[in-house]
Ligand binder design. Structure first.
Ligand SMILES: [Zn+2]
Length: 269
């Protein structure tokens, strides 16, 4: 079974057919999913999705695009919301200096609160970083001086140096459908180098449908295409790739329940 480590299921894109979308994911071999909170004000809607399906979990946090929504959010607010058994990560949070939808000052403040919540709960920090490699690496290194916390660079589009500095702090990296895009040779190069037990995959649906489905509404079932590309880059079989990326997911997101292994067929050794 594949894990889709980053989905956005609570919004309008799936309002009419979520059950069908989940059903299609199951048929494609996708099991556990992590649906992401991008605004604390939408947390209830995100949590409702996680409560509806046994193996869908959620996060709590405010995306850097939305940092202006609640610049004064405190770590304690995030910690309180993270007590729910289905909440397994803090974020997504981070820095985005590509779109700059929120002021840098608000983004930094917001990110700091999320870091503190992650350190306190030891729930992984789910990081969005765009055009912010140097600053992101610096902040993560500085924050670790005050105490370690697990982290994930999601939908990785950064450079090799950020990947290496994050890895030195024990970080994990997740690749989205971008891995399959023709223009993403540099991202494939990095994926080829990341430690084999630290790689996750994701769709980031409804955005970023992988090739050959690019342009369509992205769905969790499509994570298989990204998985196949990773298999090709690593020289792994598809089954092995699903197993390794799932293992990495559960090693990082320890609060998620691993699905039980299917029973061995009769007579098998
Ligand atoms: Zn993101």
């Amino acid at each position: 079974m594949w894990v889709d480590s980053h989905v956005n299921l609570h919004g309008e894109a799936f309002a009419d057919d979520l059950d069908t979308v989940i059903e299609q994911a199951r048929r494609a071999g996708v099991g556990t999913m992590l649906t992401i909170c991008c605004k604390v004000s939408e947390f209830d809607a995100v949590l409702a999705v996680a409560e509806r399906y046994e193996d869908i979990y959620c996060s709590v946090g405010t995306h850097p695009h939305e940092a202006r929504e609640n610049p004064d959010i405190t770590a304690q607010q995030l910690i309180d919301l993270a007590q729910h058994p289905k909440v397994i990560g803090i974020g997504e949070t981070g820095l985005d200096f590509h779109y700059n939808y929120s002021d840098a000052a608000d983004q930094y403040k917001n990110f700091a609160a999320h870091i503190e919540a992650s350190r306190e709960t030891q729930l992984p920090l789910i990081i969005h970083s765009r055009n912010a490699d140097e600053k992101m690496a610096e902040l993560l290194e500085a924050a670790h001086q005050d105490g370690a916390f697990p982290h994930l660079l999601h939908c990785f589009t950064g450079g090799a140096e950020l990947a290496a500095r994050s890895a030195a702090l024990g970080g994990y990296i997740s690749f989205s459908g971008i891995l399959t895009f023709k223009s993403a040779a540099d991202i494939r190069l990095i994926a080829g180098q990341v430690d084999e037990d630290r790689i996750l995959i994701e769709t980031d649906c409804p955005y970023l449908a992988p090739m050959p489905l690019r342009g369509r509404r992205c769905e969790p079932a499509m994570v298989v295409h990204t998985g196949r590309k990773l298999a090709e880059l690593k020289g792994w079989s598809e089954v092995d790739t699903a197993a390794r990326t799932s293992e990495a997911f559960f090693n990082l997101f320890k609060k998620a329940q691993k699905p039980p292994k299917p029973p061995k067929p009769e007579g098998a050794a």
